[in-house]
Design a protein around this ligand. Structure first.
Ligand code: H79
Length: 479
C-alpha cells in the first residue's frame, strides 16, 4: 500500500516536470527552428560601414559585358527581352557567344569620364557587373580564360573603374552572378553523384574568383549577388553562408545583399524563421513597396534597383521597343524608395564603344541637377513615420522633415498630418520661396505653396518640435 502511494507521488512529480518543460518550449524563441545557415543577426546592422551604405541612398548600376556588342540583335533578328539575356533568348551556343570577346574593343572607354558622369549625377556609389550570367569577367581573372585580358582591348576595366570612382569619392560595389553559362561545372540542379562533384568544383572556382576580387580590389564596399535562384544553390545553402563569411573576413565592413543566401531548407532572402539573411533586402528589382501597405520594409535595410526602359539592363540597340521612363518618373522612384527607408540604384547599360547612349546622359544630367539643389532630402534621410499624403513623399533627417511634392493640388494647399505631440514650427521651400503654414486641426496643417511654384518636383523643409502631452484645443466630433 505504502509502495503504491510512493509511485503515485513520483508519477505526479514526473508529470509536472514534463508540463514545466513543455511550457518552456512554448516561449517564442524556442518555437524557432534551429538553423545552421539562417540569419547571422536580428535587426539592422548598426556599424559605420552599414551606416555609410544607408546614407549613400542613391547609386548607379553598370551592366557591361559581351552582350553590349550584339545589343539585343542576333543574326538579323531583334529580341525584345533583356539584352544581357540574349544568349538565352537566341539559344546561342556557349562557344559562339564567347567569340564576341574578339570584338571587345571599347575605344571610347574612359574610366575618368565615367567617374565624372557619376559624380555629376549625384550618385554616391556604383554597382559594377564584374561578371554577369554569360561568364565574361571585366577583370583579368586567373581562374578562367573568358576575361578582358584575352580581348583586343586587353585592359583591366574593373581596376580602372575602381580607381577612377574612388578618386572622386564614389563607393564601388561589385555585382557578381553565381550562375555562369561559360563554366562546364555549373549545374541548375543536383540530380546525380556526378552533378554533385562537378558543382563542388564550381563552388571552389567561385570561391577563388570572389577571393581574387576581394584581394585585388580591397576598397570594394559591397558584393551584390545574382543568379542564385536555382535548385543547385538552394540545395547548398551552406555555401551561401560560407561565401558571406569568407568575404566579411577578407574585407572588413563589407556589405552583402540578401539574394546570395539560402538556408538549411533552401529558403531564400528570409530564413525559415522569417529573419532577413545578408545585410539588406535586395528583392526590389524593377518594383517598389506599396507606400501605404508595405511599411514593414522600414524595419530592415533594403535597396531597390531599376531600369530606365521596362526591362533592359545591358545595352539594347532599340529602346523604342518598350516604354522609357521619363527623368521625373525616375526621380519619383528614387524619392519613393528613400521615403520608405531604402536605397535606389538606377541602371546604365554602356554602349560597346565605351560611351553612354544619349538618353542615359540626359537622365543623368537631370538627376544630377536636381540632386545638387535638393540632395539634402535624399542623402542620409530615412522614413519619416508620418501618414502618406497624395501630393508626394516625406523623408526625414533627425528633426527636419522634407516634403517632396510631385502632384500639385488645384487648391494649392498641401495637407500635412503629424504624429501625436508633434508641431510644425516652420515651412519653407529649399529654393528659399516662402509658404504659409496654417494649423487647421489637432496634428493637421495646410501649407499654401507659392502662386508660381517651381516647374519641377520641389521640396519643402519643415522644422518640428515635440511637446509632451500638450492640451488639445480641438474637440472631436460627437457621433
Ligand atoms: O542583372 C539584371 C538581370 O539580368 C538579372 N538581375 C538584374 C539585376 C535578372 N534577370 N532576371 N532575373 C534576374 C530573374 C530571373 C528569372 C528567371 Fe527565367 C526565371 C530565370 C529563370 C526563370 C526568365 C525566365 C528568365 C529566364 C527564364
Amino acid at each position: 500500500m505504502k509502495k503504491q502511494y510512493l509511485i503515485h507521488i513520483l508519477a505526479v512529480l514526473l508529470l509536472s516536470v514534463q508540463t514545466i518543460q513543455a511550457q518552456e518550449k512554448r516561449l517564442p524563441s524556442e518555437l524557432e527552428i534551429n538553423l545552421k545557415y539562417g540569419a547571422d543577426r536580428l535587426g539592422k546592422r548598426r556599424d559605420v560601414f552599414m551606416q555609410k551604405f544607408r546614407e549613400n541612398r542613391l547609386g548607379a548600376f553598370i551592366h557591361w559585358g559581351l552582350y553590349a556588342i550584339p545589343g539585343g540583335e542576333w543574326k538579323g533578328k531583334t529580341y525584345r527581352g533583356a539584352a544581357e539575356w540574349l544568349k538565352s533568348w537566341a539559344k546561342v551556343p556557349t562557344n559562339e557567344w564567347l567569340q564576341l570577346m574578339n570584338q571587345w574593343n571599347p575605344e571610347k572607354f574612359n574610366a575618368k569620364k565615367w567617374a565624372q558622369m557619376a559624380k555629376n549625377a549625384g550618385v554616391k556609389y556604383v554597382k559594377i557587373t564584374t561578371k554577369h550570367h554569360e561568364g565574361f569577367c571585366l577583370w583579368p581573372s586567373k581562374y578562367t580564360k573568358y576575361t578582358v585580358a584575352n580581348t583586343p582591348h586587353g585592359k583591366d576595366i574593373l581596376g580602372e573603374l575602381v580607381k577612377a570612382y574612388n578618386d572622386v569619392d564614389i563607393d564601388v560595389h561589385f555585382y557578381f552572378s553565381v550562375l555562369d553559362w561559360s563554366h562546364p561545372d555549373w549545374r541548375y540542379d543536383i540530380k546525380s553523384k556526378e552533378d554533385s562533384i562537378a558543382f563542388q568544383r564550381f563552388l571552389t572556382f567561385t570561391d577563388n574568383q570572389l577571393k581574387e576580387l576581394a584581394t585585388r580590389y580591397p576598397t570594394v564596399k559591397d558584393f551584390w549577388f545574382d543568379g542564385t535562384w536555382d535548385a543547385s544553390i538552394k540545395k547548398n545553402g551552406w555555401w551561401t553562408a560560407h561565401a558571406e563569411h569568407m568575404l566579411k573576413e577578407l574585407v572588413p565592413g563589407v556589405t552583402i545583399n540578401s539574394r546570395l543566401r539560402a538556408d538549411d531548407y533552401g529558403k531564400r532572402h528570409f530564413d525559415s524563421n522569417g529573419h532577413l539573411m545578408g545585410d539588406y533586402e535586395s528583392a526590389y528589382e524593377r518594383r517598389l513597396p506599396n507606400p501605404i501597405k508595405d511599411l514593414q520594409v522600414t524595419k530592415w535595410d533594403w535597396e531597390a534597383c531599376m531600369t530606365i526602359p521596362e526591362n533592359q539592363w545591358g545595352y539594347h540597340k532599340d529602346w523604342s521597343l518598350s516604354y522609357i521612363k521619363s527623368p521625373v518618373e525616375v526621380l519619383s522612384r528614387i524619392v519613393h524608395a528613400v521615403s520608405m527607408g531604402g536605397n535606389m540604384v538606377i541602371n546604365f547599360g554602356p554602349q560597346p564603344d565605351g560611351d553612354f547612349r544619349p538618353e542615359e546622359k540626359e537622365l543623368s544630367d537631370f538627376i544630377g541637377k536636381w540632386m545638387k539643389k535638393n540632395g539634402e532630402c535624399i542623402y542620409a534621410c530615412d522614413y519619416a513615420g508620418w501618414p502618406k499624403q497624395d501630393w508626394g513623399y516625406y523623408t526625414r533627417k533627425e528633426n527636419d522633415i522634407y516634403m517632396i511634392v510631385f502632384n500639385l493640388p488645384y487648391s494649392k494647399q498641401l495637407t500635412v498630418k503629424t504624429t501625436k505631440n508633434v508641431q510644425i514650427t516652420e515651412a519653407a521651400l529649399l529654393n528659399g520661396q516662402q509658404t504659409k503654414l496654417i494649423e487647421v486641426a489637432c496634428n493637421e496643417y495646410n501649407i499654401s505653396i507659392p502662386k508660381t511654384p517651381p516647374t519641377e518636383p520641389f521640396v519643402i523643409k519643415l522644422k518640428i518640435k515635440t511637446s509632451e502631452g500638450s492640451a488639445n484645443k480641438y474637440k472631436d466630433a460627437l457621433t
